[in-house]
Design a protein around this ligand. Sequence first.
Ligand code: UDP
Length: 240
Amino acid sequence: MTRPRFNRILLKLSGEVLMGQNQFGIDPETVARVAQEIADVAKDHELCLVVGGGNIFRGLAAAARGFERTSADYMGMLATVMNALAVQNALEQIGVDTRVQSAIPMDTVCEPFIRRRAERHMEKGRIVIFAAGTGNPYFTTDSAAALRAAEMNCDALFKGTSVDGVYDADPKKVPTAKRYDTVTFNKVLSDDLKVMDASAVALCRDNNIPIVVFNIRERGNLARVLAGEGTATVVQNEGV
Ligand code: UDP
């Protein structure tokens, strides 16, 4: 099936995408490969990124092991800044102009998040990498991605993960699980399908921003899916 083509997109990279085959941390070769794929599509699209931090630190998991939740969440947000700098470094090594903007100001490391400035960077062809999530505990970088996609007037939110779309059951546990080509926001919410957390899905629904879920670990897939080809699931409103 063919899918619509989008011009300005927000690409959400979860932290686990940056680990490669490892169980933790940043794998430089994987980051370089993902950066090259981003550079290839940046020639034809306006791109901004939100980077997760789960490869380094997750607040909820740490809280379960006795950390105070808000401190743990701030640690998680700081982890996303490390990932953002790694992605920035890889992109700049191949000649792509980027800026990192953090929701938690840290002037000596990167710019603070200023929407109008981010807009200007994108107009100049730079890739803006949004770090530190929303800047608030009790949120995730999925919600940050939905928020920034709305603020930056993106046509779609592309979620690059390690599965090739949205299934009606967990494909790792249920061999007969069926993948959707398209599914509505409301079905995702009512059936509690694993796409993004509910607040991120609701924000995209209310602002009519389709979510395209695809496997970014498969080489060349970002370009294919952006071209409206390849395997992915589009989450969208009814009647689109
Ligand atoms: N986080 C937060 N507020 C935000 C975004 C992230 O507190 O707006 C924290 C939270 O602890 C989360 C961690 O940062 O577990 C890493 O983000 P996330 O789990 O979304 O990363 P991903 O799963 O995408 O790698």
